[in-house]
Design a protein around this ligand. Structure first.
Ligand SMILES: Cc1cc2nc3c(=O)[nH]c(=O)nc-3n(C[C@H](O)[C@H](O)[C@H](O)COP(=O)(O)OP(=O)(O)OC[C@H]3O[C@@H](n4cnc5c(N)ncnc54)[C@H](O)[C@@H]3O)c2cc1C
Length: 163
């Protein structure tokens, strides 16, 4: 994946609040075309696409730390171990739930470069052909570039790239 320059810098550094003055100076004197808040998959995918144009300056701001190479994230056997750990997890809590006896529930979300993919369970499932075919190509949020295309075929192609 191509990463924007600023993200490269951020990825090598401790949390944003303790960025060294030299890095802050580089950021301060750069005119960015795009500033993306949040270095989860959505933000990083967007940054990747936008930075494909070398004339564009893209900054990604991530509230959590960079934990590249952290075995608790990279090693599948540690699956789930970062959930509930405030170093990786925002530990959001719901408001009291009227239909659950007023209880509040923790809503885990990743607080780290990579977002919730850094704490998630790495489960990957392809939808069934019938589910994809049942949705009309061209509808908002769907994959298919044209009404003539075979949705399942398009999804399969992307899935193979990911796998
Ligand atoms: C415990 C758990 C298990 C999961 N298991 C799976 C699974 O097995 N398979 C699967 O496909 N999906 C799974 N998911 C879902 C998947 O991880 C998410 O759908 C995906 O990560 C969402 O991506 P996102 O970029 O929208 O948000 P996120 O991944 O949540 O990224 C948002 C990023 O923005 C940052 N951020 C937020 N506010 C600010 C701010 N003010 N300033 C700067 N940065 C900010 C956050 O720190 C975070 O890095 C799981 C999710 C969780 C929480």
């Amino acid at each position: 994946m191509r990463l924007p320059i600023a993200l490269h810098l951020a990825a090598l550094l401790p949390p944003a609040l303790s960025l060294p003055p030299s890095t802050l100076a580089v950021i301060a004197r750069t005119d960015f075309d795009y500033i993306i808040v949040g270095g989860g998959p959505s933000g990083l995918t967007l940054a990747n696409r936008l930075s494909a144009d070398p004339r564009k300056q893209v900054l990604v701001l991530e509230a959590g730390q960079s934990r590249l190479g952290d075995p608790l994230i990279d090693v599948p056997g540690f699956l789930g171990s970062t959930v509930g750990n405030a170093s990786y997890d925002w530990l959001f809590r719901t408001v009291p739930q009227a239909h659950a006896n007023g209880n509040r529930f923790v809503m885990d979300r990743g607080k780290v470069l990579g977002g919730s993919t850094a704490i998630n369970f790495m489960a990957w499932g392809r939808p069934a052909k019938g589910e994809i075919d049942g949705a009309r190509p061209g509808e908002e949020g769907l994959c298919c570039p044209s009404e003539d295309s075979d949705g399942a075929e398009v999804v399969s192609r992307y899935a193979l790239v990911v796998e």
